[in-house]
Design a protein around this ligand. Sequence first.
Ligand code: NZQ
Ligand code: ZN
Length: 393
Amino acid sequence: MLPFTFYSPTLFAFGENAEAQTGQLIRRFGGSRVLLVYGGGSVKRSGAYDAVTASLREAGLPFAELSGVQPNPRSGKVYEGIALARQEKSDFLLALGGGSVIDTAKAIGCGALYDGDFWDFFTGKAKIEATLPVGTVLTIAAAGSEGSDSMVITQEAGNLKWGAPKTDVIRPKFSVLDPRFTCSLPAYQTACGTTDMMAHICERYFTNPPDVGLTDRLCEALLKTAVEAAPRAIADPNDLSARGDLMWTGMLAHNNSCGVGREQDWASHQIEHELSAFYDCAHGAGLAVVMPAWMEFVMDHDIARFARFAVNVFGCEMDYAHPERTAREGIRRMRAFLRYIGMPTSLSDIGARAEDIDAMVAHRAEKPNGFPFGGFVKIGPEEMRAILRLCDR
Ligand code: NZQ
Ligand code: ZN
């Protein structure tokens, strides 16, 4: 295991009716004027908005609202939110939604305390040192932003979908996880979320340092739980046991408890960010296309690890004479599982075009330190092109 420090100060309130604690949690973390951030309306239809605002009123907390955050959240909403937070003298941001809403709130929190352009944090011109406190009430098990040290925003000028450098400063103060709030998710979004959490684990699982036995097993347990729970949640959207498993798996997949002490990869995410920048596809859908192709491309780098993944996650039988066959079977089952839960598995499935591959690689190259990326296998422009070609099935 590599040396590490791990600081994960988020309080999690899990379970039915946990949202009733929201107002008190904001008080506990020093908030007195709230900016409530949410998306395109699902929270009003599901009743989450009513339940959470009731808790704010009960705690005597005045709140302003920023609505209309889109999936693959844009810089325009962040600028709007920074202006609103300043105008309303908000001292606490409450994100009610999924990764897009939470990341928007995180970016507003940092930008509101900074004199320059919040995008400076993404380009490396400025370092995040302070933020308004952020709390979350999660409505989709997916991105893991409710416990993570990262945020991803698309800068509209240049269509740049970038993550900010990871920092513990932006981890939420608290996250309310009520599995009931995810019962209104359509099957497609449930599947996208499952794919994203599985990707967060795989980005950590495929690693080079030895002696990572404990975190390997934690990763395998999370992957197996996602594979088992997602079909149940899709078959019965009100299956609270499946919804609860997915919710906690999504958090553990990305708060880095399984990523410590090892090198992490993140190549599939870097490639996917170009797909969602170009085609505005759901992040999980883009990952479903990229991840199995990336696996095929890098498999030879560590056949034993891919064979172990096949056996321990997808129940393949180990072929000791030909471990590469076991490894390949694991990747085949991974793709079959994603297809089974309704995910796209090729570029054309998400409306992407092979003719755009060169443009996506060139766009990636505009990012500071854009190439190479990937901690398991280094990916340069040629390799990224080859992986995207494997997605053109
Ligand atoms: O906007 P509304 O109407 O709320 O609809 C949303 C949205 O259309 C809908 N939805 C959410 N909860 C629902 C619901 N519909 C019905 N019932 C509910 N209970 O789902 C759609 C997707 O929402 P979104 O927030 O975009 O989903 P997700 O949580 O997957 O977040 C994706 C974003 O997070 C970023 C992704 O790149 C993407 O931009 N990521 C953030 C990370 C982080 N900060 O740590 C890590 C991830 O790797 C990821 O990159
Ligand atoms: Zn992700």
